[in-house]
Design a protein around this ligand. Structure first.
Ligand code: TSJ
Length: 640
């Protein structure tokens, strides 16, 4: 084979690879929602973080530009530009070959891990336009792509020089492709939060952020020399601290482990796992190693100190972690992932190593800090006491529930037991609930009407939560139980419905009800959200009825504006004040029928941020909530 044919063959392969990304973007970046869009930035930034971990980069800049593009710049060595074996520059290979990211990378710990760490070629394939600037050896080189395909013809495979510089580094500017993404507006809050997280995990790194899209530029610098200690402090926030932040690290079998934790007077635990600086939303072996070892250590101390008597049962893991915020961050040379979203660490050696180091280091600390130990055991005792009284309440409630459940008959269940095909609609108001029961497909669609506002679980005590009729019915209907600090009885495999759809009016009250329900799910059944089972129905605001032609449902004011512009001739406009105003047929067409309805998947971009925001929006403190609401008043109400 001649050299040219070789090149042609490889370039065809490249096109096929990038095309696969464009056909199924979700496979590579999770989704084409705002979450997937933001993910493009993280994919690019992670490359610069790799360069930092290799020891060559101290600054990263991330700019959201006025034209909707994003620019990521680092002061590393600059992507290699020299000719590679196939007569194509190394830089081109990076941007056109799937999984090429690690090829030139000699650092032991690449950040890329799991489903999402597939790199720069994916971003390139999903960008309408991408420009690369590499500064090295006194020159600035440039290359360009459109939808993943190189724009420039290279002379002998060499990149054009566009300027001179004394610096080195890489700069990427990319514009996400509107043909691929639902919306192409990066969400600055989410991007900032993730960059901040990256700064905590890389204490020597400085990350500059600028949102240049508004009238005034929003600029922030993230530099967290305290590392994960600072991260835990931020997670604990203003909560009443029971202990200082405790920190330890260690290394074994080529795996390095770093942990920081703190206790506060709160009834939640928040333990976050990271592997090679990537957040593991579904946890995994490092987390189980940490938890099991920690539980053992606390129980042996409690026995030794005679706080647990011979007849007493051990504290449960959840008791021991009552009030704990913790980060477990490991570096693993060969991470494997499993789980619904491939974010659950699966390496068995990680569990062993983390467990061993945690055991040794926690004992070393508590041996020298008895007061802290006693305070921590105090938190566990409090939790155990509440757990025991609630176990009683729960047994009572579940036995009672079995009776009231069938007799009060509020839930109109579906006939099928095939969870994959079943849906449950949680409907605001008895009247909409009634119409929905008539309109639904009874085989696969269950309807649960709820009256008015449900209890705000963020403010209520556990026994109040469990006594609430609406909440009981939901827990019972979903079939998976619930989890809270005091024992995890939640089992997602028992879920009876593939989709849980919140159906509330498109007004302030409706949004409030949605928020209350989401708070309930987030606190007591978080896996429902993280594994993508929770949706919000988007009922239309208007129906346009032209004197000639077909009726049309319009879902927001933008759609109405468009309709007014494009529609010729007179039409009557009906405005829906609420779901209760629709008859069964309209309700079926607009909100129930899977063919025509609009649903919004509820996603949580960042656990840390979600936890903070939930607490702020639904908790007892009023001032921070006011501030947040003022600052976000112009955003879409349901854009969770
Ligand atoms: F991947 C990417 F193109 F998206 C990207 C890569 C984006 C950004 C913003 C930065 C980078 C990047 C890559 N920054 N630094 C590097 N470094 C290298 O690729 C590099 C340079 C030199 C050597 C060497 O062995 O000399 C090795 C590597 C991996």
């Amino acid at each position: 084979m001649s050299k040219t044919t070789d090149y042609d063959a490889s370039s065809i392969k490249v096109l096929e690879g990038l095309e696969a990304v464009r056909v199924r973007p979700g496979m590579y970046i999770g989704s084409v929602s705002t979450k997937g869009l933001n993910h493009l930035i993280y994919e690019i930034v992670d490359n610069s973080v790799d360069e930092h971990l290799a020891g060559y980069c101290s600054h990263i800049k991330v700019y959201l530009e006025k034209d909707g593009s994003a620019t990521v710049t680092d002061n590393g060595r600059g992507i290699p530009i020299e000719m590679h074996e196939k007569g194509i520059s190394a830089e081109r290979l990076v941007f056109t070959t799937l999984h090429a990211g690690g090829k030139f990378d000699d650092s032991a710990y690449k950040t890329s891990g799991g489903l999402h760490g597939v790199g720069s070629s994916v971003v390139n394939a999903l960008s309408a336009h991408l420009t690369v600037r590499v500064s090295k050896g006194g020159h600035i080189y440039e290359d360009e792509y459109e939808r993943g395909i190189p724009v420039l013809e290279l002379e002998g495979g060499l990149l054009p020089v566009v300027g001179k510089t004394k610096e080195t580094g890489t700069s990427i500017n990319f514009l996400p492709d509107g043909e691929i993404f639902d919306k192409t507006w990066f969400k600055a809050e989410d991007v900032k939060s993730r960059l901040h997280e990256t700064a905590y995990l890389n204490p020597q790194l400085t990350i500059e952020f600028e949102d240049r899209r508004g009238e005034v530029t929003d600029a922030e610098v993230f530099h967290e020399p305290e590392g994960i200690i600072g991260f835990v402090k931020a997670m604990s926030g203003s909560k009443d601290a029971v202990s200082d932040v405790i920190y330890f690290k260690g290394e074994a079998e080529g795996i390095s482990v770093e942990c920081a934790f703190q206790y506060t007077n709160e009834f939640h635990e928040n333990v976050m796992g990271f592997c090679n600086n990537i957040h593991n939303a579904e946890g995994g072996t490092h987390i189980t190693g940490f938890k099991s070892s920690f539980t053992n250590v606390i129980n042996s101390y409690a026995r030794e100190l005679n706080i647990l008597k011979e007849k007493d049962q051990n504290f449960t893991g959840a008791d021991v972690r009552n009030g704990m915020t913790a980060i477990v961050s490991i570096k693993h040379p060969d991470p494997r992932f499993e789980g619904q979203t491939k974010t659950k660490l699966d390496n068995q050696d990680a569990s062993k190593v983390v467990s061993k180091i945690t055991g040794e280091e926690v004992v070393r600390f508590f041996d020298r800090n008895l007061e802290t130990l006693k305070a921590v055991i105090g938190c566990a005792e409090k939790a155990a006491k509440i757990r025991k009284s609630e176990e009683k309440a729960k047994t009572n409630m579940l036995t009672k529930q079995k009776f009231s459940f069938d007799s009060n008959g509020k839930l109109a269940n579906c006939e099928s037991r095939d969870a994959e095909k079943c849906e449950i609609f949680i409907v605001e108001g008895d009247s909409a609930g009634g119409s929905a029961k008539t309109a639904r497909n009874r085989k696969y669609q269950a309807i649960l009407p709820i009256r008015g506002k449900i209890l705000n679980v963020e403010k209520a005590s556990m026994d109040k939560v469990l006594a609430n009729a609406e909440i009981k019915t939901m827990i019972n209907a979903f079939g998976c139980g619930f989890s809270e600090g005091y024992g995890n009885d939640f089992d997602i495999s028992k879920l009876r419905y593939n989709k849980i759809i919140i159906m509330a009016d498109a007004d302030v009250d409706g949004a409030h009800i949605s928020t209350l329900l989401l708070t309930l799910f987030y606190r007591f059944m978080p896996e429902l959200i993280s594994s993508g089972h929770v949706y919000i129905a988007m009922p239309p605001l208007y129906k346009a009825m032209p004197s000639k032609g077909k009726e049309e449902y319009l879902y927001d004011d933008k759609a109405l504006e468009k309709y007014r512009k494009s529609h010729k001739g007179p039409f009557t406009l009906q405005r829906y004040k609420g779901l209760g105003e629709m008859d069964a047929i309209q309700l079926w067409e607009t909100t129930l029928n899977p063919e025509t309805r609009k649903l919004k998947l509820v996603e949580i971009d960042d656990n840390f941020q979600a936890d903070k925001i939930t607490e702020m929006l639904m908790g007892t403190e009023v001032l921070p909530r006011k501030k947040y609401i003022y600052e976000h008043a112009n955003e879409a109400l349901l854009d969770v």
